[in-house]
Every structure is written in C-alpha cells, then in structure tokens.
Write a new protein. Structure first.
Length: 295
C-alpha cells in the first residue's frame, strides 16, 4: 500500500507541460490533453500516427498494434474537442484480422481524394485501406525500397505523408543498414529521393513526417533511452528543393515516469498541426495530444 501511494505521488509530481526550446520560428502550443478512451471495447493505446479529413472533420488515430480509431474533431483558436466514434481492427480483404507480423502499422496518410493509406514495419509495405480498416491494394514502392536491408525489422517504414507533387513520401525510422544514423533519406513513391542530416543524437530516428502549407516537410525526430528515463524530441522543417533544414522545436524530457514518446503528426489546417505520443501500453507513459501552430 505504501509503495502504491509513493508511486502515485511520484507520478503526480512529475506531471509535465511541454515547453518549446530553441525555436527558430514562431511555434505556439495552443492546447494539449492526455487522452484516455475505450471505444467499442478497445483501449486507445500505442498510437503511432494521425490523419485528419477536413471535409468530414474525422480524426483518425492509428495504433501500431493494428487498430484504427476514429473521432469527430472540432478545432478552434484556443483548443480542440474530440468525440469518439469507432474502433476497427485492421483486416485483410477477406475480413481476417492481420497476423502479428503484418500489423505493425506505423505511418498513415490521406491522399488528395481522401483515401486512407498505412505504412508498416517488419513487412516494409504501404497499403490502401478502407475507412473501416479493410486492407485493399498494395502501393508499389520505388526500386530503392524494394528488398531494402533495414538496420532492424522494427526500424522500417515508420512514417507516411501525401505530397501534391511527389505523391506518397515515406522514410525509414533508422537509415538502411550500413548507413550512419544521422544520414537520412525521404523516399517518394514516384521514385524521387532527398538526403538530409538529422540531429546527431544517440538512438535518434525519424518517427513521422508531414507536408506543410509551403510543401516543405515537417520531420519529427525522436531519441530515447528507457534505461535512464531520457527522451529528446526534435521537430524540424526540411526544404526538399534546397535540402535546407531548420530546427523548429526541441523538447527534452528527463524522468522515469509519464514519458512522452512522440510518434505521430497530422496537418489539420493552415499552420495548424497535431502531434501525439505513444504510451507503449504502459502505466508509466501517456497518450498526449498536442495542438500546434507554426507561423
């Protein structure tokens, strides 16, 4: 009993508000909430990415355990409101739940027609899905991603975004095997590639990318060390045409409890974005949704 009380007090005292550090552009955190929902009997947990359909005001949340959650979302200049709708298990064309090695769903994006696409680790694939989680067609990957040798099966297609000019953009969490960790690449399904350097931090990797209003790329980088309770999150802007990268936001988190393991991004309006953390289905971590404005 004493141990439980101690843990409760420790976690409470470690309540955390995100503070921008070293922002080279005006970055404003409009609102943030810790999410706790059970939808259709399924717990909202291990969220790896977000996608927002502005026409229907539906916010999609993807779990890396093969669940798709939907919300009716309202955004204002002061915050947001979410109304949970449904949860779906990701399934194949025959309606069968995807097997363990096929459902490590990490990246998600809506194309210009509002169709839903999901990228995967372990199987290094991108698929078109219905809005109820049924797997439809496979997206043909560029030659450089076909049969690519990744540094680890769990460090593959972590991110996915739709670009009006270049189609789907994706990136490996860690660069391909044999490449220095900071030397990263963004791949287009149309065959284009862009090289850039991430922050040189131990265990740093790309957790998500998103397309901005000016068609530059937001790159969410995350470095973590569970053993010492340290997270570092960087949000950078990458100009694909010039290769210029500019750090917008740096978050440093040093503690053992209430970890913010940020993995997902979504553009929801002009200069407005959402960022979400993966709770790893742990009592010591949070599903935190952050509403950002980048001027």
């Amino acid at each position: 009993m004493k141990i439980s009380i101690f843990l409760f007090l420790f976690i409470s005292l470690n309540a955390f508000e995100i503070i921008p550090v070293n922002a080279s552009k005006k970055v404003k955190i409009i609102s943030q909430k810790n999410l706790k929902y059970t939808i259709d009997g399924n717990k909202l947990s291990e969220i790896s990415d977000l996608a927002y359909d502005k026409k229907s005001s539906i916010l999609y949340m993807l779990s890396d355990k093969g669940f798709l959650f939907t919300f009716k979302a309202k955004f204002s200049n002061s915050g947001f409101k979410l109304k949970p709708l449904h949860s779906y298990r990701l399934r194949d064309k025959n309606g069968k739940i995807l097997k363990d090695n096929q459902r490590d769903s990490e990246g998600m994006a809506l194309d210009n027609k509002g169709e839903l696409y999901i990228s995967f680790e372990r199987i290094t694939k991108i698929y078109h899905f219905s809005k109820t989680g049924i797997r439809l067609n496979e997206v043909k990957l560029p030659k450089s991603l076909q049969n690519i040798e990744v540094s680890s099966p769990n460090k593959s297609l972590e991110s996915l975004a739709w670009h009006k000019k270049y189609g789907f953009l994706t990136a490996l969490e860690y660069p391909k095997k044999g490449t220095k960790r900071e030397n990263q690449t963004i791949y287009s399904t149309k065959g284009r590639e862009w090289k850039f350097k991430m922050e040189k931090i131990k265990r740093n990797g790309i957790s998500e990318i998103e397309v901005m209003d000016d068609k530059h790329i937001l790159v969410l980088e995350r470095a973590f060390n569970w053993f010492i309770g340290k997270f570092e999150v960087n949000l950078a802007e990458l100009n694909l045409e010039t290769g210029r990268q500019e750090l917008l936001l740096k978050l440093k988190i040093n503690r053992f409890f209430n970890m913010e393991n940020f993995e997902g991004l979504a553009k929801i309006g002009k200069n407005r974005y959402l960022m979400i953390s993966d709770d790893n289905d742990s009592i010591f971590a949070l599903t935190k949704l952050v509403y950002l404005e980048i001027d």
